[in-house]
Design a protein around this ligand. Structure first.
Ligand code: PEP
Ligand code: MG
Length: 324
């Protein structure tokens, strides 16, 4: 099978009935890029920048961030590189930042919420991202959104940074793409409205599952309840995809679910535009997409969404896949 997968590296993920899905990779640092190339990634759907902040004893400077982003962007040679702003807090702490102890850290001061309160952190990162955009195809992505107020506030700050750079005579991509993660029910339920104000979506199923089901993603006692095949999570994913497409923007998925082989017929059937996952999973998911018929997956999704439990859904999916 290894040889078979290797043969697919330069092939596109096109279904039997001719629908193409983009295959992207998730990375945490420039070191991960080599793996992407080896596995035929067509871009980066999630660059988790918090590692730059966590593997440090102080905030990384604008230049340090710029160098890290530029390295990745250059090595992708014009392919899309989706870079997410700092997603700290929740389960991710910074030794040099005094994050308050909270009763419910996953519902607390995290990610963009921190960045909008500490505008200096966001500005530094936006400036570094804009500067890196002069060297390839950068897409800026915001995590943990719940409201359009956040989107608009972040946009104002991004515009401020653009104005500064213009005044300083520093080049950047004037049409830089600006998107958000769909990882809360608040965004999934109102997807269309968010889609009108951003360029793209990416579904973060790790958090979307946690917040839809009210199940802490790191709590072992309730790990059996943490299931993205729960019909409510599937419904939330469908709402996000439909909302994006109604407004004509593209939608990818960068949560673990994108690399789950049982999920592939579901996501293809729902019309997901791009799958982003750790590099090693790319060839196998691609191979599965090439065996599927999108039209058939659409009917399957309709049937699945009418079922009662994750267990029933997974049973039907296993049966469906084993017949391929
Ligand atoms: C997610 O929530 O699905 C996601 C991709 O982000 P992270 O796992 O970094 O929270
Ligand atoms: Mg997340």
């Amino acid at each position: 099978e290894k040889e078979e997968l290797k043969m697919l590296i330069d092939k596109e993920a096109v279904s039997i009935d001719g629908v193409k899905a983009n295959m992207w990779g998730n990375i945490g640092s420039p070191n991960d890029v080599a793996g992407l190339h080896r596995n035929g990634a067509e871009g980066i759907g999630l660059y988790r920048t918090e590692f730059l902040f966590m593997n440090n004893d102080r905030f990384p400077t604008e230049d340090e961030q710029f160098e890290a982003y530029k390295t990745v962007v250059e090595s992708l040679e014009g392919k899309p590189v989706t870079i997410r702003t700092m997603d700290i807090g929740g389960d991710k702490a910074l030794s040099y930042m005094d994050l308050p102890k909270e009763e419910n850290p996953f519902l607390g001061w995290r990610a963009l919420r921190v960045c909008l309160d500490r505008k200096d952190i966001l500005k530094t990162q936006f400036r570094a991202l804009l500067r890196a955009s002069a060297f390839g195809y950068v897409k800026i992505m915001l995590p943990m959104i719940i409201s359009l107020v956040e989107v608009r506030q972040a946009k104002v700050i991004l515009e401020e940074c653009k104005t500064e750079l213009r005044e300083e005579g520093i080049k950047f991509d004037e049409d830089i793409q600006f998107g958000i993660m769909v990882e809360t029910p608040a965004v999934a339920m109102r997807a269309k409205h968010f889609a009108r104000e951003v360029d793209f979506f990416s579904i973060g199923t790790n958090d979307l599952t946690q917040y839809t089901l009210a199940v802490d993603r790191g709590n072992e006692n309730i790990a059996h309840l943490y299931d993205p095949f729960n019909p409510a999570v599937l419904q939330a994913i469908k709402m996000a995809i439909d909302g994006a497409h109604e407004e004509g923007i593209t939608i990818s998925m960068c949560g673990e679910f994108a690399g789950d082989e049982k999920a592939t017929p579901v996501l293809l059937g729902m019309g997901l535009d791009a799958f982003s996952m750790s590099a090693i999973s790319i060839p196998r998911v691609k191979k599965n997409i090439m065996k599927l018929n999108k039209k058939e997956c659409e009917s399957l999704v309709e049937k699945l969404l009418d079922m009662g439990t994750a267990e029933e859904i997974k049973m039907v999916l296993e049966e469906f896949i084993s017949n391929k």
